[in-house]
Design a protein around this ligand. Structure first.
Ligand SMILES: Nc1ncnc2c1ncn2[C@@H]1O[C@H](COP(=O)(O)OP(=O)(O)OP(=O)(O)O)[C@@H](O)[C@H]1O
Length: 320
């Protein structure tokens, strides 16, 4: 197939994974990832993210369903897939007595057409640590070495399992910049993360998993739009909630009054905010401490986890 930006480099259909004791960790999931996009898998602890990524990496055979990476089955056609993918595992597990450069050279020996080691260490900001033993690296520096090793083969598809766990704020930002630059260069990236901010900043599309299933997929904006927006303000002195325009007519789904503070939730943010501001202007009053905001990914995440736990959430998918 000719490489183009609409090509699905990963296709997952009704994928299932069952562990030895019969526990079904992945319970029939579907998603696809296009060439050159960053796709994030989010979810609560034990949701099945790592179990899923391991199936994409060809480390285990699915109990059911189908997975294709670059058009191949990553488990049975490992030889066709592995040289074109890079894998950053949660635990690198290198011999700790080797230096950073020795570790990378050892790894490069297993990769056909490996990039020069200094280039890859430079990419992840470890060039100054080339002569340092792995056991002397900080946790964050080890994560960067993990990433460098995944990049040695200049992969078309990169799997990153919690790439920024243990990194400080600066290290995290540097990794985001690097991953974005790789995407801009055409690399397809699948990452798991616990940091919602990371998915919001980095992902072109994401899926939120819960209990082995995908609860929602879409762009960060689409997923965020599943939760209502919020408007908060203080009632002007001398006014009561009943003096406001009828809230239902402004598209407000529910409201809460706490002292003089009014909190509204709406799925029609522009209509509700405009209605309130026009009312305030006409009444000649100021809405003090006015705060108007769309839901964050965190609110969507918590809302979805709650919905699914309560059994009210059917899987939602947005147009790609
Ligand atoms: N080797 C195993 N044998 C049996 N059960 C397992 C095994 N590995 C994982 N599980 C179970 O499968 C479920 C999914 O685990 P998985 O590691 O895929 O979740 P995750 O979403 O990556 O979690 P986390 O965010 O905590 O890393 C969990 O309930 C876990 O206990």
């Amino acid at each position: 197939m000719e490489a183009n930006e609409h090509e699905h480099v990963i296709e997952v259909t009704d994928l299932r994974r069952v562990y030895g004791g019969g526990f079904e960790a992945v319970r029939g999931i579907d998603f696809s990832v296009r060439r050159g996009e960053i796709f994030a898998l989010l979810g609560t602890n034990g949701a099945g993210k790592t179990s899923t990524v391991e199936l994409l990496e060809g480390l285990a055979a699915p109990a059911g369903g189908r997975v294709r990476v670059l058009g191949h089955d990553p488990y049975t056609e490992r030889a066709a897939v592995r040289p074109r993918t890079g894998v950053m595992l949660q635990e690198g597990g290198f011999p700790s007595e080797l230096t950073v450069a020795e570790t990378a050279r050892m790894w490069a020996g297993c990769v056909s057409g490996a990039r020069p080691v200094p280039d890859v260490l430079g990419l992840v900001g470890l060039e100054a640590k080339a002569g340092v033993r792995v056991k002397q690296l900080s946790g964050g520096q080890r994560r960067r070495l993990d990433l460098a090793l995944a990049l040695l083969g200049d992969p078309e598809v990169l799997f990153l399992d919690e790439p920024t766990t243990g990194l400080d704020a600066e290290g995290r930002r540097d990794t985001w910049e690097l991953v974005s630059a790789l995407r801009d260069g055409g690399t397809t990236v699948v990452l798991t993360t616990h940091y919602l901010e990371e998915a919001e900043n980095l992902a072109d599309r994401l899926a939120i998993m819960h209990d082995g299933r995908i609860a929602v997929t879409g762009t960060p904006a689409e997923v965020t739009a599943t939760e209502p927006s919020r408007i908060t303000f203080e009632l002007p002195h001398g006014y009561f909630v009943g003096d406001l325009p009828p809230l239902g007519e402004l598209g407000v789904s529910d409201h809460l009054v706490d002292g003089r503070t009014v909190r509204l939730r709406t799925r029609e943010l522009q209509r509700a905010a405009t209605g309130l501001l026009v009312w305030a202007q006409t009444a000649g009053v100021e809405l003090r401490r006015l705060d108007v905001r769309s839901a964050s990914l965190e609110e969507a995440f918590l809302g979805i986890a709650k919905d699914v736990t309560a059994g009210t959430g059917a899987a939602k998918e947005y147009a790609a």
